[in-house]
Ligand binder design. Sequence first.
Ligand code: WQD
Length: 346
Amino acid sequence: MATILCAGGAGYIGTHTCIALLQAGHKVIVADDLSNSKKAALDRVQQITGQEIPFYQIDIKNENELSVIFAKHKIDAVIHWAGFKAVGESVEKPLMYYQNNLGCTISLLKVMAEFGAKCFVFSSSATVYDVHNAMPLKEEDVCACTNPYGWTKWMGEQILRDVGKVDAQMSVVLLRYFNPIGAHESGLIGEDPNGIPNNLMPYISQVAVGKREKLSIFGNDYDTPDGTCIRDYIHVTDLAQAHILAVEYLMNGGESNTFNLGNGVGFTVKEVIETARKATGLEIKAQTAPRRAGDPARLIASSEKAKKVLGWKPEHADLEEIISSAWKWHSTHPTGFADGRRDASC
Ligand code: WQD
């Protein structure tokens, strides 16, 4: 059993991982500034697991505030999700992204060194890969980002690689997510982005619940079977499980490493829309719009390394099943966690 600080743990992937960590017998502490998440989500995690989570609403760039947590709890490992993640916004506000995303990473590393915490799992992204690589992508493939968000992920990785070189005790796992979608089987937590969703699945869900009129399909002239982009969608609970395995791998002396997390299968935007129509039984209006800057035609993972080294076994490969889990959340919580009510059904 380990005590794990989940930095940015109130978010979509963080909350799903907190459930898995608690159910695996670990102790969880969450620090989050709630800039793109809601405390109600953590309350829901506590309802689902029946376990308390010490929560600190802080700016993770603030080393003094972070030190208070490390002084109070003996932290064995850190999982780091704290950062801004909107690709388009990062292009408009690069300094905000570099200062926040790299600042959070550096602050965590400095305080970890002060208190002797030695295991670090980093939420990285497929967006670090050069778009000219052949698919499926492997961890050793060339990296070259097309936007500041992606560069903050790659630079975060580089900072961790460099720290790992000088501190023999510090061990790091870099997890490169492909496209996380879906929701916990209970339907009590799920993706709930602030404002207009940047990502495909939450936007489709908001059209389905009637919050948005129709989806814009960003480009239909890519070199793909139906002209729309292909992505590798991974169920968020499979992603959460990979974090448990990564923490335990490091706690058991595993050496620093990098792992892709995807299903190894690609679906086009139009296939996702059609599957969502089938899963929801709803029309889900969509129109073709111009391409979105920076979108590669294809992103598909090879996750063979995570399966071999971590023993990772994703359980959800059927796209309709994955989308149905997202719909169970969105259809029963059309305003997300907005009202923060305690869900009577659990
Ligand atoms: C998927 C496809 C869009 C919205 C990014 C980050 C990655 C991770 C997930 C954080 C693309 C198309 C989308 C819409 C559309 N971020 N699309 N209409 O860009 O592959 O990955 O989000 O965890 O790190 O890079 O995901 O869902 O934004 O887009 O047509 O309204 O859907 O063009 O082809 P993406 P996405």
